[in-house]
Structures are given as C-alpha cells and as structure tokens.
Unconditional design. Sequence first.
Length: 512
Amino acid sequence: MLTAALAAAAAGQSPSGPAWTRGAVCYEIFVRSFFDSDGDGIGDLNGLIRKLGYIDSLGASCIWLMPVAQSPSYHGYDVSDYYRVAPAYGTSADFKRLVAEAHRRRIKVLVDMVLNHTSNENPWFQAALKDTTSPYRSWYRFSPTALGKGPWGAEAWHHSPVRDEYYYGVFWSGMPDLNYETPAVQQQAMKIATFWLREMGVDGFRLDAVPYLLEEGSCLAGCPGTHAFLRAYAAHIRGVKPDAYTVGEVWGSIDQTLPYYPDQLTSYFGFELADSLLSVVRTGKAAGLLPGFLRWSPFLSNHDQTRTMTTLGGDVACAKLAATLLLTLPGLPFVYYGEEIGMTGDKPDERLRTPMQWSPRPGVGFTNGTPWEAAQPDSMTVNVALEHADPASLLNLYRRLIHLRKENGALGTGTLVALDASSSRVAAYLLRTGEQAVLVVANLSDSAVSGVSIGSTGQSVLRAGTYAARNLLGGPDGAMLAVGPDGRLTGYVPVPGPIGSRESLVLDLVRR
C-alpha cells in the first residue's frame, strides 16, 4: 500500500514543494548556447541577463542552468572548482547580477549541482592521485585491482596515470567518483550547497546522477547510504533556505524512483512520463498516458535526449499536442530551451545543445561571432522572431499554456482525475481543486473524430449542477455540462462537431 505522501503523488499532488512552485513552469538553459554578449561565440551570463525579458514573456517562473561552475569541458559536468564560475561564462559578480535581475522579475534560479563526481583536474583528485598520504585520498575510491563493471555493465575502474592502481569513475575516467562514505566529502557537499544558496543567491538545485552517490558492496545504484545522505542533504538545504527546491536525476521507471520519496529531495524527473507523453502522441493511442503518471517533474526532452521535434518527425501539430499534454498535467514541468520554438537535434550530445535560434540571420541572433557549435539547418525558418509574429505558432501556444497554468488554480495545482473517452484515440482528464475544474480532451489521432463522449466510470468527480465549458485556448466554447446528484460525468459530448486531428480542448468548467 502506498504511504499517504506517495498516494498524494499518485493523485497529482505535491506533498512538500515550496509555495512558489504552484502553477510554475521551469525553463532549462545551457548558458553556453543561449546568448553571447561579447562576440566570442560562447553564450554567457550577461547574455542570459539580456534575455530574461524573453523568459519572463514566456511565463516561466524559474530557470534551471546547466553547470556554471569551473570545468575543463564544454558541458560542465566535470567540476574542477565548485566555488568559481566558469570564466567563459563570466564572474561571480555577473552571476549575482543575474540572480538579482531574475528575482526582480519573480523568476527563481536553480543551478545544476554535480555531486557524484568531480573532474580529474580537480585539485582534490590530483592530490589524492599523486600522494597516497594526502587527506584527499579517502575522498575517492582507489584499489590495487579493478573491481568489476559499473551499474550498467561498463568499465568503471580506471588505471591511474601515476602508479599501478585503479580509481572508480562510473561515467568515464575524466569523472572520478567522490567517496561519500568519507564524512569530509559529505561535509564538503553541504558547504558547497550553502555557498550557492547564501553567497550566490540561488533558489535550489538540479542534482545530477543521484543514484550513484554511495556504493555498498555489490550495490552500485540506489543504495541505502545514498538515501540516507539525500535525507541529510535535503534537511541541510531546508535549514539554509526553507523554500529552496531540489529536483533529482533518477533515470528509470516510476517503481525505481519511488524509494526516493517522500523524505529526500523535493522532486525527481519523470523519465517514464516523458516516454509515455511522446509515445501517445506518436502512436495516437491514449492507453498508457495516465496510469503511470505521478506528480513529479514532467518534461518532454532535456540536454541528454533527442529533441522533441526530431522525435516527432518535424510534425508541428504533434509538437503542439505534446506541449498541451505536458502543460496541463500535474507537477512542475521543465521545458528545455528551444523546445518552445520546435528546435531539432539528435546525438551526439553537442547537437542536442546547439545555439538558441533567435532570428533568421547569420549567427541566428545568438552571436555576432562564430558560434561554438553550428546552428541547426532549419534555423532560418525556425526561430523566435518568426514565431513571435505568428499567433498560431508553437511559441505562442507555449506562452498561452504557461500563463494559463499560472493563472488557473486547477491547471496549476489541481488533482488529476482520469476520465474515459468513447474513442481509444482520445485522452480525457480533469484537473480539480476547490471550486475550480478544467477538462482536457485531446484527439491523438491523425484524423478528426466526431461525437466523442466522456465519462467518469462511476466515480464522483464534480459537485452536482450545470457547468459552462469555457475554451481556454480560444475558439468556440464547449457544450453545457449537467452533473447529477451522484457527481458523475455520463456521456458528456464536449463539442457537437468534430475534434480535429491532433486538436486539444482545454475547457474551464464554471458552475452556474
């Protein structure tokens, strides 16, 4: 049986999120690719500050920045100094100004925190590598012999360049894992969190690769010690900043994520949900969309995954449908930069993280110099400038949905109620909180459907009465809804005519 907190999660309710997350949407940004302020071809913090107006107009309540700490790599997931901003991005003063400007617009700032490993160029690791008597020796795992494969079967023990021994690095040799069985490592992790919360002013963290923090014997992922550390880490963060938000990266199914609830981080990314959202859009079949849904942090794609528009074969109607589902389901949704305009991209990773496409000109409005990575081939036709001017664009749909989510309590914080539709090609669900209710009906198929009826399978879902169905996305309103004393929906036909291919209805139910 689920605990009360997990039952609340399954019902689409957050048991412990800070107040600012209600109705919020977060926007993921790779600073290197967002906007270049000085013409060197690399995006930077001052460039991001210039684009905060765009993020504000989109309606995002928070931004998640991929790693901004000093690192030898372009992506930053191998940190060499946790207390210094990457020089290519700017200075600590630039970062603090970014936070201040974001807060002035009521936008929270989350940063990527890489806890599991450091760079092999980090002074801690260099000291541990070169001197077996160094106090940093116990900060990493060393062995005279390789002790087997990593959690997904890859080589994880790497030969030292200094002596005949091995060190553990689950991702690759350039990212040696920290040893969280060493108290000093745990204390340093707490100190780093305090620095970014207090000194740099951030509002929380996206925590990278959290299942791999502690290895215990044959257990290499999700071990008891990892959960114990996450409890202590989350408590420490709450003690420093009570309304801070933490979201963890835990690849896997909902069942694999459940052990991390309810007393560790605030939230976790719903990778299984992302798969199900895109699957129903691709296949046009509603089965499987809602049963596995929890309130965690939904998204369509991120910096490690094929971009949504590429996955959907360039179909704008499918992308609009996916956006509507994402932004009308519970949780705190994350939108990867460029998804809102339909940017494309596939592996290798650099091609998932190409420059933001601002306008149809050389440098795509990202830089006046030579961009660090070439823009996508469609950048002259897919960009902010063109879509901003088109009321029917994907960008303007994202804007409308994100603002609706902030303004409508049911969309932002409502409990999810799965409904039955008379067609397997139609998804239907209700978001309900207090006196507010929103009905979502989505035609997932590539052809119009007519006469689709909606029901609630015997359960009471609304107060008895008559409801007007106001169309929140524009266009004709839905039919009047009559709910009897039992509170059930029975044979409700939301529109008399057809629901178009890939069309969604988002209906605000107003009791008369």
